[in-house]
Design a binder for this molecule. Structure first.
Ligand code: C2O
Ligand code: CU
Ligand code: CU
Length: 508
């Protein structure tokens, strides 16, 4: 009897101690998970502006670029060398720029010690030129894709896409902008002097582990790696001197998992003029714009003479439950980029009332629908299989894709080759920030989104394009599927048999 009692007491106290310890651990994780850099440090590093990539124009008008993927070291913090990867340099890449109608060719040499690829995110181009996981470039090899630019002026980007390794390759620094111009946008009175009143703003979150960039995912971070600070164009705590009243920011979320809600601390309004694939019909005035990984927004903000204004990222309420918000980054906030306006500013012309006519398909034109259910374990219940073609679409047709997330955690959805129209979000018309051309959309838990897409790429039954969650950890883990474009009546072929981890091959 007595012994039993003692055992019960001992066991009881053990369980209590354990419960208290677990409680303390969760409380500590909970508190520790929230990140804010707002007001914590002065922003006194001059913002780096990615150089324009040099190009030569051949006799037939083809614009030719050279990119080298290479390993190196970057000094983010004074005197500390951090191992990084970059294009034509140690970190990030130059800004490529081409005009609608132009033929382009990019000679890419992979000087890394492992195979990789270079994907043109947002670009409409033949599947063989897409740079996805089927166009691997082996270590030491060269790949030379070429295509004709045939889409509106836009802020696109490029990054590696090796299956299972994309997160790591991007996080090490392989990313750059690809800007497209066209005659219509050239005539508009928009801020357009690169690096002056038209600033590239490539936002990434990082965490330093000594001198190295950390890639460790926190215990509860189901979305993937989240950093504890941000940088813009590879600059920590950046500021930029500006001399014009209106400043255009080309925002790219090049982070691997983090979603931002950009705005200013005084809630000043700005004009959204463009989304992923180009200009909106007309400027849309707002005070926040949310960008999940891979998305772009072009905003124009007015600054006053002599003022300093901080671009910030604010906490976001649409991440799912409070657990997801806390551990997925929704509660986090950041100082991102300080704009320092000169004492005398050059006057800027007012923004035009009308920017463009959208070249996007309508829902009514759709000849068929498809459903995509986003789960961490895979899309439509299937993890990525590089040898399986998931969807076959007919060239020249429009479809409506319904994307649904009931997975509890945030995801997003990116489709290669096309710019689509967001038709509906949870049964309602899309908000202004989703009314332009899009190739990536944030799909938080509890969201059903309808997209209208039209497929005009050349038929190629053997070479798939990808669609996937652009939270790169999810993509690498298997939230990716493949579609091919075929001629009417044709069926899908067989993707080349190789895995993303193998040695690459020479491109054409
Ligand atoms: Cu930005 Cu399939 O990628
Ligand atoms: Cu893409
Ligand atoms: Cu996801």
């Amino acid at each position: 009897m007595f012994r039993w009692k003692r055992l019960v007491i001992v066991l009881g106290s053990l369980i209590t101690v354990l419960a208290v310890a677990i409680g303390a651990l969760v409380a500590w994780l909970w508190t520790d998970a929230k990140v804010s850099t707002v007001g914590k440090a002065s922003f006194d590093n001059a913002l780096a502006i990615p150089p324009r990539a040099e190009s030569i124009v051949e006799k037939d008008g083809t614009r030719v670029f050279d990119l080298r993927m290479q390993a190196g070291a970057t000094e983010f913090q004074d005197g500390v060398k951090t191992p990084t990867w970059g294009f034509n340099g140690s970190h990030l890449g130059p800004t490529l720029r081409a005009e609608r109608g132009e033929k382009v060719r990019v000679r890419i040499r992979n000087n890394l010690e492992e195979s990789s690829s270079v994907h043109w995110h947002g670009m409409h181009l033949p599947a063989r030129m897409d740079g996805g996981p089927h166009q691997m470039i082996g270590a030491g090899a060269t790949w030379t894709p070429h295509w004709t630019v045939d889409q509106p002026a836009a802020t696109l980007w490029y990054h590696p896409h090796p299956h299972g390794r994309t997160e790591e390759h991007v996080r090490r620094g392989l990313a750059g902008l690809f800007l497209l111009d066209d005659e219509k946008s050239a005539r508009l009175p928009l801020p357009k002097r690169y690096g002056v009143d038209d600033l590239p703003v490539v936002v990434q979150d990082v965490r330093f582990d000594g001198s190295r960039l950390s890639g460790d995912r926190g215990l509860m971070q189901s979305v993937g790696f989240l950093g504890d600070r941000t940088m813009v164009n590879g600059t920590l705590r950046p500021y930029r001197q500006v001399h014009d009243e209106l400043i255009r920011l080309r925002l790219l979320n090049a982070s691997t998992a983090r979603t931002y809600a950009f705005g200013f601390p005084d809630d000043r309004h700005f004009s959204l003029i463009g989304t992923d694939g180009g200009l909106l019909e007309r400027p849309a005035v707002m005070d926040r714009v949310q960008l999940s990984p891979g998305e772009r927004a072009e905003i124009v903000v007015r600054v006053g003479a002599g003022e300093r204004v901080m671009l910030q990222s604010f906490a976001q309420g649409n991440y799912g439950d409070s657990w997801q918000r806390r551990f997925g980054g929704g509660d986090d906030s950041f100082d991102v980029l300080e704009l320092r306006a000169a004492q005398r500013l050059r006057p800027s012309p007012e923004l035009p009332a009308v920017l463009t006519t959208l070249e996007l398909p309508h829902e009514e034109e759709a000849v068929r629908g498809r459903h995509f259910d986003l789960k961490r374990s895979g899309i439509n219940g299937r993890a990525t299989d590089m040898g399986r073609i998931d969807e076959t679409v007919t060239r020249g047709t429009t479809e409506v894709w319904t994307i649904r997330n009931t997975n509890g955690m945030p995801h997003n959805f990116h489709v290669h080759d096309v710019q689509f129209r967001v038709v509906e979000v949870n049964g309602s018309a899309p908000p202004p920030a989703l009314r332009g051309p899009k190739d990536t959309v944030f799909v938080p838990h509890g969201t059903t989104m309808k997209l209208a897409l039209s497929f005009t790429a050349p038929a190629d039954p053997d070479t798939p394009y990808m669609y996937h969650c652009h939270l790169l950890y999810h993509e690498d883990e298997g939230m990716m599927g493949q579609f091919v474009v075929v001629e009417k009546g044709q069926s899908a072929g067989t993707p080349p048999s190789h895995t993303g981890h193998g040695r690459g091959h020479e491109g054409d």
